[in-house]
Design a protein around this ligand. Structure first.
Ligand SMILES: *Cc1c(COP(=O)(O)O)cnc(C)c1O
Length: 839
């Protein structure tokens, strides 16, 4: 541990000395292990097991082997950073602020990027230990809800792989996203305990802690020159302690840092109360403060627990800005040059409080004039929008802001005053337009619009797919866009191929390397070379064999978790994502019910065997979503038990969707369900992972599905349903649901079976709230899209019956989705938004 102890020292005058630094470039390691590298790693793992874990090989469990292996590999990552004595300070760094990082497991990432996967396998094998069991013992770091958090994790990996100097900043939650247990179809949330046995990847850095304030009041002081300065005197101070996880890029070219903050009370215990016998009360204040980093806020778009959420947002944003300002001053001295050396990206509005906090640091703490500070702020910040759903656009009550962050509220008012003054002075706008672009929403009891705040504070605002960006310009941000038409840009999301292709699907990766060369590992555009083999029968057979092997592995997982024995020869039709009404799992279930009825009605027809797989978590307070899970489970129960449909239709809801489960399902999927109501899914990234791995998409013209279609070609994707414009027009017609149901006997029959308790005979009205929504308002237009969805699903059946066509399309999906690499996305951010060099 000597190495680690030495490394942990943080010299304040050289704030960057504690971190792996940019600039170092080891040779790309070889992929086939040599005997001496195996021996070195073998010895290192044994030493870690003995001296860091305190176990012998005889008593070590898989979890211990995991920790020993992770520690040995972490040394390699650090050796990489330390090998050059004084790495240069990078010209410009990216700071990626995100309330969520849905990382998953790190072992295979690190092994793969160090080029040590086979070496580690051989080293452990010499010890009689199976690498896969060891990797399986790593808990998922589930510090995120879904797509937004996973995007941040993919971006961190890609920035390291492209050698973009970067810090990720977030919260080190004690408990990540809850573990989902399904009992009789009912979701129960169980606390996630990823840190229960320690975390071998991270370094605690108490010497880089900062103080974050809350509440209190704003005082005024008069400076020597007569100028007035405002000083925030918080009522409460919380210590933010950083934990650093090194993020190593592909080929170990570069190492970045993910810095996650933990909240600590200043006083660990009230000794007087403790001595007076109040043992619980003595730590009550500490519990209250430390609640900030206790649990990942599980909202995903539903309102609750407001104040704690705002405390979390300000806590990590303030600590991160203080940290980077401190580093900038140590390295460059003058804060006016911040925009030349730092690009701060706000992942959604959760860190939007960065706008007034950076202004406060610059003006109140460092004495910059307001105009200079505003210039620095608006040339350093960027803002990524992730949703246009009105219920998910953050606003905070002015009253709460004034109580928790009084100085920030003053700054927001001042920013707003200057913004509105500027507009009315030029006589460009009327009162209605002013109200639309104001930072304060007066219509709903005075609330601060965080999206507007981030928009004004940022140099660039981006959407995450072409359609979403266009809708930003036309809808929510239209009034602001009109004032500055260059500000909104598009950056279509991406996924890291190291995790979602190389590591998750080594069989398909190996096949691709054999077909088009090892260059695909460095440059995904080389996958295009696979197109030449799309119609090659021998290649198709090998491609299908890889899939078959993954399907058998997934069938074991499903059996394990649900008891359902699915048929690996069937078409695996998967919908895996958060459960949300707009994502329309219910549409898929309705089609399942209709298919069940159709098979019952004509059992003699040759229906191709299909397995419908669902996985996803529902926010704990989201009743409709939980009911959708229950319906999926109840449908599964009846369908799977019905001998008439045996061998043609099976249904399973696989509990506890996570990054690791996604890694198991995606390589085994034949059909990818991306069926959100058009205009509502900002991008999606699950769609990219599945297409890359050769699942054909059935989807609406929504989010990045549109761009996936452009890349894979019309004939290699199944598109159905209303367009975003069609959705808008239909929503405007009252009573469309009743008409759609009346016009579709198939839909009506499926709804009737559900409504009459066909899947819940013990409680016939169980699904009443779902049926009522569909027959009433049907906000997500399931009834409008049902018939077209059914029609295209039957086209899927037909295509599945022609394996040559099917595999051709699957291969072309893999060959043509290279553009969805997050390396491409990060290059675009680097060029247009951050203006940093990419090596
Ligand atoms: C990719 C991913 C998501 C996002 O899926 P979408 O289908 O884009 O909503 C959510 N959760 C996990 C675990 C993922 O890996």
């Amino acid at each position: 541990m000597l190495n680690e102890v030495l490394l942990a020292g943080d010299r304040r005058t050289d704030a960057a000395a504690d971190e792996p630094r940019a600039g170092w470039r080891p040779p790309v390691p070889s992929l086939s292990p040599s005997a001496d590298t195996v021996t070195l790693l073998h010895d290192a793992i044994l030493r870690k097991l003995a001296y860091a874990i305190g176990k012998s090989p005889a008593t070590a469990r898989d979890r211990d082997w995991f920790a020993a292996t992770a520690l040995a590999l972490r040394d390699r990552v650090l050796d990489a950073c330390l090998s050059s004595a004084a790495p240069p300070v990078p010209q410009k760094r990216v700071y990626y602020l995100s309330l969520e990082f849905l990382i998953g497991r790190l072992l295979s990432d690190v092994m793969g990027n160090l080029g040590l996967a086979e070496t580690a396998r051989a080293a452990l094998a010499q010890l009689g230990v199976d690498l896969d069991a060891v990797a399986g013992a790593e808990p998922d770091a589930a510090l995120g809800n879904g797509g937004l958090g996973r995007l941040a994790a993919c971006f961190m990996e890609s920035m390291a792989s492209l050698a973009i100097p970067a810090y990720g900043y977030g919260i080190r939650y004690d408990h990540g996203l809850f573990r989902q247990v399904i009992e009789d179809g009912i979701q129960r949330e169980v606390p996630e305990t990823w840190l229960a046995e320690g975390n071998p990847w991270e370094f605690e850095r108490p010497d880089s802690a900062c103080m974050v304030g809350f509440g209190g009041e704003v005082a005024m002081t008069v400076l020597a020159d007569g100028a007035i300065r405002r000083v925030w005197r918080p009522a409460e101070l919380v210590r933010a302690v950083p934990f650093d996880t090194p993020v190593v890029g592909w080929g170990a070219r570069h190492v970045n840092v993910l810095r996650l903050w933990q909240a600590r009370a200043l006083e660990p215990i009230d000794l007087a109360r403790f001595n007076a016998g109040d043992h619980v009360g003595a730590v009550a204040e500490r519990s209250r403060v430390e609640a900030i980093s206790r649990v990942l806020y599980p909202s995903d778009g539903t309102p609750a627990g407001q104040e704690l959420r705002l405390r979390q947002e300000f806590f990590f944003t303030s600590a991160s800005l203080q940290d980077l300002v401190r580093r900038h001053i140590a390295e460059r001295g003058d804060l006016r040059t911040l925009p030349d050396h730092a690009a701060i990206q706000l992942n959604d509005t959760h860190p939007a409080i960065a706008v007034p906090e950076l202004m406060r640091l610059l003006v109140d703490e460092h004495g910059l004039p307001w105009d200079d500070a505003w210039h620095v702020t608006t040339h350093t910040l960027g803002y990524t929008n992730h949703t246009l759903l009105p219920e998910a656009l953050e606003t905070w009550p002015v009253e709460l802001m004034e109580r928790l962050l009084p100085r920030h509220m003053q700054i927001i008012y001042l920013i707003n005053w200057m913004h509105l003054e500027g507009l009315s002075k030029h006589g460009k706008v009327d009162a209605g337009q002013l109200a639309a672009v104001s930072l304060i929403d007066e219509a709903h009891g005075k609330r601060v619009r965080m999206g507007h705040l981030a928009f004004l504070g940022a140099r660039r605002v981006n959407g995450v797919s072409a359609l979403h960006t266009e809708l930003m310009r036309q809808t929510v941000f239209a009034p602001l866009h009109a004032l500055d038409t260059d500000k909104i840009v598009n950056k279509t999301n991406g996924i890291t191929f190291r995790r979602w292709f190389h590591n998750a699907n080594p069989g398909l990766t190996r096949l691709s390397v054999e077909a088009v060369g090892a260059r695909v590992l460095d440059d995904p555009t080389a996958l295009e070379g696979l197109a030449r083999f799309a119609e090659d029968a021998a290649f198709q057979e090998r491609y299908a064999a890889v899939r078959r092997e993954r399907k058998e592995a997934l069938a074991r997982v499903v059996k394990d978790r649900t008891g359902i024995a699915i048929d690996p020869a069937a078409l695996f039709d998967v919908q895996i994502k958060r459960i949300h009404e707009y994502k329309r799992q219910l549409l898929n279930i309705l089609e399942t019910v209709a298919l069940y009825q159709a098979i019952l009605a004509e059992p003699q027809r040759d229906w191709p065997a299909r397995v419908k797989l669902f996985a996803g978590k529902a926010a704990s307070s989201y009743h409709q979503a939980k009911l959708i899970i229950r319906l999926a489970c109840d449908v599964a129960k009846r369908v799977n038990a019905d001998p008439v449909v045996a061998g043609r239709l099976q249904v399973a809801f696989v509990p506890n969707y996570s990054v690791s489960l996604a890694e198991a399902i995606i390589p085994a999927a034949d059909l990818s369900e991306q069926i959100s109501t058009a205009g509502l899914e900002a991008s999606g990234t699950g769609n990219m992972k599945l297409a890359l791995n050769g699942a054909l998409t059935i989807g609406t013209l929504d989010g990045a599905n549109i761009e996936i279609r452009e890349h894979v070609g019309d004939e290699n994707i199944f598109i159905f349903g209303l367009t975003a414009a069609g959705v808008q027009a239909t929503t405007a017609e009252p009573g469309y649901a009743a008409r759609a149901i009346a016009a579709s006997p198939r839909l009506k029959a499926a709804l009737d079976l559900i409504a009459s308790g066909g899947f819940s005979p013990e409680e016939p009205h169980r699904f009443r709230p779902l049926v009522d929504e569909l027959t009433g308002q049907d906000r997500y237009l399931l009834t409008a899209d049902f018939d077209d969805y059914w029609r295209v699903q039957r086209e899927v059946d037909a295509a599945w019956r022609r394996p040559r066509t099917w595999w051709r399309a699957a291969i072309l999906n893999t060959a043509r989705t290279a553009w969805f690499s997050s390396d491409r996305t990060m290059r675009e951010y680097a060029e247009d938004i951050w203006r940093v060099e990419v090596a």
